[in-house]
Write a protein that binds this ligand. Structure first.
Ligand code: SF4
Length: 724
């Protein structure tokens, strides 16, 4: 099904009349009062929603009872997904900074300004002087189109996405251990385990529908939560291990120590399918429960108990998310979990796996197809054969594909701060709110020769600084596919009209290509569905092969389709996992056990800053920087309007702080005002701030995992001051 095909060559006339080819209209093939299905546009769970339309506009929605992901459930954000579309501050016109002020202009003027500014910067300073920062919040087709445009058309080299902030660690960990970025699980595994181990994950509020799937488990499973905070998930767990912040890596090595010492390993599986066991066993030999107890703050008996419960389980699954990924030694921590699954043979069977829960709704699409840090289909920019394959699929000269890797997000930001990067294009993300040490970034963005921002609101912190602003359509106003945490491709449909002259990102990229003079990059992909065909071809023969998918309608009919899908039978089960045959994607087909010495975090507590600051998700009604969720009156009722800080009752008593009193949380990078929430959710000497409120991320430290270059948001030194 093509919900809306682009009906003619893209010309500048289109810019002046965006409705002419249907770009601002509802799809012609949907009945005006139809009900149709789409996938939710917030988190990586990828729930199916039924959209109810009247007079050709989406007016309401309900959770899709037939979609295999959510089985009729949705979290508050899903139920309120339509509200942010109608917000009065939706961007309707391009903006251009003139005499220091952003002024509304027509598309033609904005596009001419963008191309002139970026072309001049490249001409004067070379291709490494421009960059883009994108998102996990747009369809895969748009990510693929953006990377192709910028790198193969405009001649840029450096680009990254905000997925660096949430999922880079899992991407690198899987790639190194399994040979490909391949989360092995399917959501059914939540229901089939008899032991579930959650590390640095709070699915109760961050992934509520996944948690509902855990609640559907009929095995009376043991739920073991390893987290420095008594999260909602920890409160519901069989056992909570409240370790010291950033002591997860020694703990996981300590658990491995006990498993090895007791011989509680799957020797047959290791011999047949895994490399590196002898070295790993030697590595964990020094991580005795007694030594690990000192590092983690839990007892040696608890470590023995944890290992024993993992050994006793018949189907053990290990789950992690941002508590692991956002760390100074994140990749090795994720791999310590992968190692536990491998040495105990808990992979490839129902209810098992080393399972990274993704963050954004299309982080998986970004990880595999965005042409940013790797080439489409998990290919490598440094491989001439890979460059040729991508060029062939697009019908361009392979020489146009850079034989050079991109800088990572933090290196791009550093380039901006140091003045090496002079033109920055930001698409559907808000780094000024989300990036660590935000004050430094603000100064750097203000010094750019051109900051271009493309978003659905011109009111985000970053958009307000833009020299050029492009108004974009959002979820439900455009079509495309996404890939959820369990590798399931789902479908976005256009069921609403974008406001004013806002355009789908895909068509903004095509317009830029035309103005730049590189429209040939889009020769094989004039519409999202054509781009999907190109990506299908590029997936063929790769681990992420989905070349068996017929078209968008096929995805819709099947309730999403997990990769790999080579079309090998109509009766393939709805929920599939990887590695049932024990073969991994490495050259010899064997997984690798990878490990390193433990390193302390860069900024320990000190006399001046005696507390450790943790950050994370606040409630299930909040999303990222609250840019969209704050637009819903219903969601606003479901979370505290004011920033709050969780602190231990004994710390509060020592500091003379009363419940709900205003305080200042200060780090070496600044301070935020917050109301004191006193209790036992955090241990003595620790405090917690939800990441959604203004200024919180700016307090965190610019420290990065050396392999994934993901920021370590979860640990820095802080103090609490009375608010005078
Ligand atoms: S759990 Fe995620 S995908 Fe599902 S409704 Fe909520 S935000 Fe949407």
């Amino acid at each position: 099904m093509s919900l809306r095909r682009f009906t003619g060559p893209l010309t500048r006339n289109l810019v002046r009349a965006p409705g002419r080819f249907g770009l601002g209209q509802v799809p012609e093939r949907l009945e005006p009062d139809a009900t149709t299905t789409v996938v939710c546009g917030y988190c990586s769970t990828g729930c199916g929603l039924r959209i109810h339309m009247r007079n050709g506009e989406a007016v309401n929605l309900s959770a899709d009872t037939r979609y295999p992901v959510n089985l009729g459930m949705a979290c508050p954000k899903g139920w309120e997904a339509l509200a942010p579309l109608k917000s009065p501050d939706r961007a309707t016109l391009p903006l251009l900074r003139k005499d220091g002020k952003q002024k509304p202009v027509e598309w033609d003027e904005a596009l001419q300004a963008f191309t002139a500014k970026f072309k001049r910067i490249i001409a004067e300073h070379g291709p490494e002087s421009v960059a883009f920062l994108s998102t996990g919040q747009i369809p895969t087709e748009e990510m693929f189109a953006l990377g192709s445009l910028f790198k193969f058309g405009m001649g840029g080299i450096h680009s990254d996405a905000n997925t660096r902030q949430c999922m880079a660690t899992s991407h690198v960990a899987y790639k190194q251990s399994f040979g490909f970025d391949a989360p092995p699980f399917t959501y059914k595994d939540f229901e089939l385990s008899d032991v579930l181990v959650f590390v640095g994950a709070n699915p109760c509020i961050a992934h509520p529908i996944m948690w509902e799937r855990v609640m559907m488990n009929k095995n009376n499973p043991k739920i073991l939560v390893i987290d420095p905070r008594l999260t909602e998930t920890a409160q519901a767990a069989t056992r909570h291990y409240g370790i010291a912040p950033k002591s997860d890596l020694p703990l996981l090595y300590g658990i491995a120590h006990v498993l090895v010492r007791e011989g509680w390993i799957d020797r047959d599986f290791l011999e047949a399918h895994v490399n590196g066991y002898e070295g790993f066993a030697r590595h964990v030999a020094s991580f005795t429960p007694a030594s690990v107890a000192a590092a983690t703050g839990i007892s040696a008996a608890e470590i023995e108990e944890l290992a024993g419960m993992i050994h006793d389980g018949k189907a053990v699954s290990f789950w992690w998310t941002m508590g692991v990924n956002q760390s100074h030694e994140a990749v090795r921590t994720a791999q310590a979990l992968i190692n536990l699954a491998l040495i105990t043979g808990n992979i490839g069977r129902p209810g098992t796996g080393a399972n990274s829960i993704t963050g954004q709704m299309n982080a998986m699409g970004s990880r595999i197809f965005s042409n940013t840090t790797s080439l489409a289909g998990g290919r490598d920019f440094l491989d001439a054969g890979h460059r040729r394959e991508v060029a062939e699929a697009l019908g361009i000269d392979p020489a146009r594909i850079p034989a050079q890797n991109s800088l990572a997000y933090d290196q791009i930001i550093e380039g901006v701060c140091e003045g090496r990067i002079k033109g920055l294009w930001v698409i559907a993300t808000n780094p000024l709110h989300s990036w660590p040490d935000g004050d430094k970034l603000r100064a750097a963005l203000q010094n750019l020769e051109c900051l271009a921002v493309q978003d659905m609101y011109a009111t985000s912190d970053t958009a307000r600084l833009a020299d050029v602003f492009f108004p974009a359509a959002c979820w439900s106003e455009k079509e495309g596919t996404l890939i959820n945490s369990e590798r399931r491709l789902g479908l976005f449909k256009k069921v609403s009209k974008a406001p004013g002259k806002a355009l789908a990102d895909f068509y903004i990229f095509r317009l830029i290509a035309e103005y730049w003079g590189c429209a040939d990059v889009f020769a094989n992909m004039e519409s999202p569905e054509q781009a999907f065909e190109v990506m299908k071809r590029l997936s063929a023969g790769r681990p992420c092969d989905f070349s068996g998918i017929r078209d968008y309608q096929h995805i819709d009919e099947k309730g999403g389709i997990q990769w790999p899908y080579r079309g090998i039978g109509a009766d393939e089960p709805q929920e599939r996992r990887l590695f049932a045959d024990g073969r991994f994607y490495t050259p010899d087909g064997r997984a690798k056990l990878l490990f390193d010495p433990v390193r302390p975090p860069a900024e320990p507590a000190s006399p001046e800053f005696p507390l450790v600051l943790l950050t994370g998700r606040g409630t299930s009604a909040q999303w990222h920087t609250n840019t969209r969720t704050a637009k819903s009156a219903v969601l606003r009722k479901l979370y505290p309007a004011e920033c709050y800080v969780e602190l231990h009752a004994a710390d509060a008593a020592r500091l003379g702080i009363k419940p709900e009193e205003w305080v200042r949380v200060r780090t070496r990078r600044g301070a935020v005002r917050a109301r004191a929430f006193i209790g036992t959710t955090v241990g003595l000497g620790r405090i917690f701030l939800p990441m959604h409120y203004d200024g919180v991320n700016a307090l965190t430290l610019s420290e990065f995992d050396p392999h994934s270059r993901q920021p370590s948001y979860k640990h820095c030194a802080a103090r609490i001051e009375k608010d005078s």
